[in-house]
Design a protein around this ligand. Structure first.
Ligand SMILES: Nc1nc2c(ncn2[C@@H]2O[C@H](COP(=O)(O)OP(=O)(O)OP(=O)(O)O)[C@@H](O)[C@H]2O)c(=O)[nH]1
Length: 351
């Protein structure tokens, strides 16, 4: 996996949940001491129960019992909001944590279930608020203490929402990147696929016309590939194709574009390259195939060679005609004995 992929990789749900358990457990431990200091021992000990629930949830996630872990976390949040409100009052702000359910429920369950769960949550939230209006706190703390607890709770919930937003963005970005990759890449060789190449060629052709630069095409085909399949099996054929793609990548510049055009056929677009420069690249690729130790892959000392047709796009030439010309040159390379490079006919060699 390259660095770019690693950077975009999103930690799995259970790992995120485990991190949440560690952070929440640490916060509740701090609360234990805080509420002892603020003379609210009942709430202090409730925080110890909370810590125990987070530790259990942590191990549940570790054993991939995700449902149990989530159930413990949500039960803790719901009960903590109730006990905090009843013991020291609504202004303690423990209800803020209930709000974190709102974005999480719709992404973690089916829409109809999420709607029911959200309605239950709303009822619980309003019920708790109403209760707090009519009932005085059982174990009130100082105004300063209440302000400190409220600010702390608010800060933690801010953090939770910010984290959820970034996690969501990373999830969407990573899904988008994977979709794009699937749509443009050949899964076996990791080269571009034919559909992407067809679009890309148009772009490159337009750019070459605007900038008045040369644009060359190489059409390559592995020689006697059917025999490799027939003699050594389809899986060896696949490995030869994968290795062929690696050889191409190794021989090309970063702005050259290589695609798997068909079964054992590859198309390479060389921007800003004349047919002479293209011939040099093609010859380099040809000898890379010839020199490669194919026995490492095939298991026997056989050679795998490649034939190449070259065509440089002419002024106002349609892409389909460019490909036809390269294909014709490839046909010539095959007819003239294979393992060779041929330039399309009627084309002057230009530097
Ligand atoms: N293993 C494998 N084989 C494939 C794949 N795609 C196409 N092929 C095979 O590639 C072979 C192409 O054979 P041909 O078109 O007869 O050409 P060739 O044997 O390479 O002969 P020349 O091109 O004339 O040198 C066929 O046997 C296809 O089944 C693939 O993804 N994997």
């Amino acid at each position: 996996m390259d660095d770019r992929n690693r950077k975009h990789q999103r930690p799995p749900f259970w790992r995120v949940a485990q991190r949440c358990c560690i952070v929440a457990g640490a916060i509740d431990t701090a609360y234990f001491f805080l509420f002892l200091t603020l003379d609210s021992p009942a709430l202090a000990w409730i925080n110890i129960i909370s810590v125990a629930m987070y530790i259990t949830a942590y191990y549940a996630y570790r054993r991939r019992k995700n449902q149990l872990g989530s159930l413990l976390i949500w039960t803790e949040v719901i009960l903590h909001a109730a006990f905090g409100t009843i013991l020291i009052g609504w202004d303690s702000g423990f209800y803020y944590f209930l709000l974190a359910f709102i974005p999480v429920l719709p992404v973690s369950m089916a829409a109809n279930k999420a709607i029911v769960a959200l309605l239950v949550l709303w009822t619980y939230f309003v019920g708790l608020h109403t209760l707090a209006i009519f009932i005085d706190p059982i174990q009130p703390i100082s105004a300063l203490g209440l302000f400190a607890v409220n600010t702390f709770n608010l800060t933690v919930v801010f953090g939770i929402f910010a984290y959820l937003a970034f996690y969501y963005i990373r999830t969407v970005t990573s899904a988008h990147r994977k979709l794009r990759e699937h749509a443009t890449t050949d899964s076996m060789t990791r080269l571009f696929n034919r559909r992407y190449m067809t679009e890309r060629m148009q772009l490159e052709a337009q750019q070459a016309t605007v900038n008045q630069t040369a644009l060359s095409f190489l059409l390559l085909d592995i020689d006697y590939f059917k025999q490799i399949n027939d003699q050594y099996g389809h899986h060896i054929g696949d490995e030869v194709l994968t290795q062929a793609a690696d050889l191409l990548r190794a021989e090309l510049r970063p702005n050259d574009i290589a695609a798997r055009w068909g079964g054992e056929e590859f198309l390479i677009v060389l921007p800003e390259s004349s047919n002479l420069q293209a011939a040099i690249v093609a010859e380099r690729i040809r000898s890379a195939f010839e020199d490669f130790a194919w026995s490492d892959i095939i298991g026997e000392d056989v050679s795998v060679t490649i034939s190449t047709g070259i065509h440089s796009m002419q002024h106002n030439e349609a892409i389909s005609d460019t490909i036809k010309a390269a294909d014709h040159a490839l046909y010539q390379a095959k007819s003239n004995g294979r393992n060779r490079v041929e330039l399309s006919i009627n084309q002057m060699v230009t530097e």
